[in-house]
Design a protein around this ligand. Structure first.
Ligand code: FMN
Ligand code: ADP
Length: 315
C-alpha cells in the first residue's frame, strides 16, 4: 500500500473504488467497509483507495476537548491496519478549514471524480462527507448514479451494541479490555520506548519497564493494574502493568505506564516496545506502607500468572 498526506495535484488514477472516513482504531466495523472496497476492486480489477484524516475531525470542531481527541490508532498504526486489509492507496489529509467547508458536490466532482476517477463509493452505515455532512449514499444515488455506484455497509454489532470508535474509547477508559478486544478484533496496544524511572522498582522486588508513549495523541486506558504482554526485540514477554500516578510512593502529576515482566532479567532501557493489554485486574490504590504495596503487587502477579494458564498468546 502507498500512503500520502495530501491530495495529488493532478489526476492520480482513472478508475477506483473509494471509502472515506476517520477509521480510528480500524475496528471490526471499519474492517467490514474496507474489506468490501478490496472485494469490489479485485472483482473489477481497479484500485482501492481510502481517504482519511491526519487529525480527528472533532479536533477541528472542538480543539479544547483533549480527551475526545485522543486516538485509538495514531497514523502509524492506522496505516499498518489499513494496509493489512489489502487497500492499495491511503490518503491521510488534514481535516482543516478547506475540507470542513468543501460541499459534498465539490468533494465528489473536484476530488473523487477529477483526481481518482471514482466508479464505486463504499460508505459505512452512518458515514457522511462534505460540508454539513451532506454527502451520503442517497446523495450520490440521486445526483451521480450514472457515474458512481454507491454502497452502504450494514452496521457491525457486538451483542446488540454498535461497534464504534467512541464506544471502544469508553470501554478503554473503564478498563473493559474484553469488550475492547472483541470490538477491535485484536488486543489494544501501546507503542513506546523504555525509559528510566525512579529506579525504585528493583528495590521493591518488582523492576518495571517504564514506557514513554511514541505518540502523545494515543488514548491511554483507565488507571489501574493490567494483565499484559510486551513485545521487545521480537520476543513476547508476559507481565503486569500499572497505569497511574503511583500515589503510594509519590503522587506524580503525569501518568506512568510501567510493566513488571515475568521471568525476565534483561536491561531493556531505550528499546522500542509494544505493550498489549489483556485484562484489568484492579484500580490503582494508595497504600499506607511499602510492605502493603509489595504484598498487593505479589498478589497481582500471582493472579496474572493463573490467568495466563487459561489463555494462549501468540508469540
Ligand atoms: C503490578 C503493579 C501494580 C502497582 N500498583 C500500584 C498501586 O496500586 N499503587 C501505587 O501507588 N503504585 C503501584 N505500582 C507502582 C509502584 O509504586 C512502582 O512500580 C514503583 O513506584 C517503582 O517505580 P519505578 O519504576 O519508577 O522505580 C504498581 C506497580 C506494579 C508493577
Ligand atoms: N523483570 C523485569 N521487568 C521489567 N523490567 C526489567 C525486568 N528485569 C530487568 N528489567 C530492567 O530494569 C528496568 C527497571 O528497573 P527499575 O528499578 O524499575 O527502574 P526504573 O525506575 O528505571 O524503571 C527496566 O527498564 C528494564 O531495563
Amino acid at each position: 500500500m502507498k500512503f500520502f498526506y495530501n491530495f495529488p495535484e493532478v489526476p492520480f488514477i482513472d478508475q477506483s473504488v473509494i471509502t472515506i472516513g476517520m477509521f480510528d482504531g480500524v475496528h471490526l466495523g471499519h474492517a467490514k467497509v474496507l474489506t468490501e472496497c478490496v472485494k469490489i476492486a479485485q472483482k473489477k480489477g481497479i484500485s482501492s483507495i481510502v481517504i482519511s484524516f491526519s487529525n480527528h475531525p472533532s479536533s477541528y470542531f472542538n480543539p479544547n476537548l483533549e480527551s475526545k481527541n485522543s486516538l485509538l490508532s495514531p497514523d502509524k498504526e492506522k496505516i499498518q491496519w489499513i494496509e493489512s486489509l489489502g487497500i492499495d492507496f491511503l490518503f491521510m489529509i488534514p481535516f482543516d478549514h478547506y475540507i470542513a467547508h468543501l460541499p459534498a458536490k465539490n468533494f465528489i466532482e473536484d476530488i473523487l471524480l477529477a483526481k481518482f476517477g471514482i466508479s464505486d463509493l463504499v460508505l459505512g452505515y452512518d458515514n457522511r462527507f462534505g460540508f454539513q455532512r451532506k454527502g451520503s449514499v442517497d446523495f450520490v444515488n440521486e445526483h451521480y448514479s450514472d457515474l458512481i455506484h454507491a454502497y452502504s455497509i450494514d452496521v457491525a454489532k457486538l451483542e446488540e451494541e454498535i461497534i464504534s470508535s467512541s464506544v471502544i474509547k469508553e470501554y478503554l477508559v473503564l478498563g473493559n479490555l474484553t469488550k475492547t478486544t472483541s470490538m477491535l478484533g485484536r488486543n489494544y496496544s501501546l507503542h513506546g520506548k523504555v525509559v528510566h524511572g525512579n529506579h525504585q522498582g528493583r528495590e521493591l522486588g518488582f523492576p518495571t519497564a517504564n514506557i514513554e508513549l511514541e505518540n502523545s495523541d494515543k488514548l491511554i486506558p483507565g488507571l489501574g493494574v493490567y494483565l499484559s504482554y510486551l513485545k521487545v526485540d521480537g520476543n513476547t514477554v508476559c507481565g503486569v502493568t500499572n497505569i497511574g500516578n503511583r500515589p503510594t510512593i509519590t503522587k506524580d502529576k503525569y501518568i506512568s505506564i510501567e510493566t513488571h515482566l515475568f521471568d525476565f532479567q534483561e536491561d531493556i532501557y531505550d528499546k522500542e516496545v509494544e505493550l498489549f493489554l489483556l485484562e484489568k485486574i484492579r484500580d490503582e490504590k494508595k497504600f499506607n506502607s511499602l510492605p502493603e504495596l509489595i504484598a498487593q503487587i505479589s498478589a497481582d502477579v500471582q493472579y496474572a500468572k493463573s490467568q495466563l494458564t487459561k489463555i494462549h498468546i501468540a508469540s
